[in-house]
Design a protein around this ligand. Structure first.
Ligand code: OGA
Ligand code: MN
Length: 293
């Protein structure tokens, strides 16, 4: 197995491992450490079905099952289809607008996520240019660079994260087919407090855990102060130096750290430019500090 870091401060390519077979305990530990260190791991030229993707993902923790959603692989409710494609009857075959806006998966949930693992089957291109890229930001580096005074202000603080913030942002976009959240959906995803600074379980370093997709306000601060602080943090983390963009190839498996990075799906392709991706979401359900040691 060869791990080649990108020179972007985020991201690495992992070659020489076939993810359709069981990874060994040694490989698992190496990959876990690499996930913390590089944030985004690309395994090119893989060929996994839903069962194999699920098996690989579940080595890292419990897989989230999106109960409300119909767009999953047959027999594998934990494997979602992300796609803008339609079947012969014109019905969508996947979630068509996942992640289009900066966010961190599951920060709105009491149980947070460790990672996402996506596997590209179809990638849109126009005139040779790859479309539908996925972009990332490095929250280890963003934390490290904060002024000491800001680090002090956010240490031990919590912010309220709300699933509905991202949902409502998506709904008002032109062409959105999302309806308002029903009271039942709303009740299933109540707003939750999250520490603004977390110790990353793999690296043991502090990360800024606060994303504009879900973070609403800082607990124990009045509105004006909270808005100003969040606005400052969202601008800070948006700097170019923390940015990395993954350009997809068919066969890529992309695994990213949902504690130490933010991500955004670029919606620059049309309905006739098919994109099809399998996804599992890995919850942070294991003792990663012990597993990475
Ligand atoms: C996700 C997501 C990004 C993409 O799966 O969590 O945000 O590029 N998707 O599809
Ligand atoms: Mn996402």
């Amino acid at each position: 197995m060869r791990i080649t870091p990108n020179n972007a401060g985020l991201g690495a390519r992992v070659e020489g491992v076939d993810l359709s077979r069981d990874v060994t305990a040694d490989e698992f530990r190496t990959l876990l450490r690499a996930l913390g260190q590089h944030g985004v791991l690309c395994f090119p030229d893989q060929d996994l079905d839903a069962a194999a993707l699920s098996a690989f993902g579940s080595r890292f923790g419990e897989l989230e099952v999106n109960v409300a959603n119909i767009f999953h692989a047959e027999g594998h409710p934990e494997v979602m289809h992300l796609s803008n494609m339609k079947d012969a009857d014109g019905k969508p075959i996947g979630l068509s607008d996942a992640g289009q806006g900066w966010h961190t998966d599951m920060s709105y949930s009491k149980e947070i996520a460790l990672a996402n693992v996506l596997h590209a089957k179809r990638v849109p291109r126009r005139n040779g240019k790859v479309l539908g890229c996925t972009q990332f930001r490095n929250m280890h580096a963003a934390y490290d660079d904060l002024p000491a005074e800001v680090k002090q202000r956010i240490e031990g603080r919590t912010a309220i994260h709300d699933f509905a913030k991202f949902w409502d942002m998506m709904r008002i976009r032109p062409g959105s087919i999302r309806g308002p959240l029903t009271p039942e959906q709303r009740a299933k995803k109540p707003p939750v407090p999250q520490p603004m600074v977390r110790i990353h379980p793999i690296t043991g370093r502090r990360v800024l855990y606060c994303n504009s997709g879900y973070a609403m306000h800082v607990e124990g601060m009045d509105r004006t102060e909270s808005d100003a602080l969040l606005d400052y943090l969202f601008r800070h983390q948006a700097q170019e130096k923390y940015f990395y963009e993954h350009q997809w190839n068919e066969g890529d498996v992309l695994m990213w750290d949902n504690i130490g990075t933010l991500h955004n799906a670029v919606a620059d392709y049309g309905p006739d430019e098919p994109r099809f991706i399998l996804r599992v979401q890995v919850m942070a359900s294991l003792d990663y500090a012990a597993l990475a040691a």
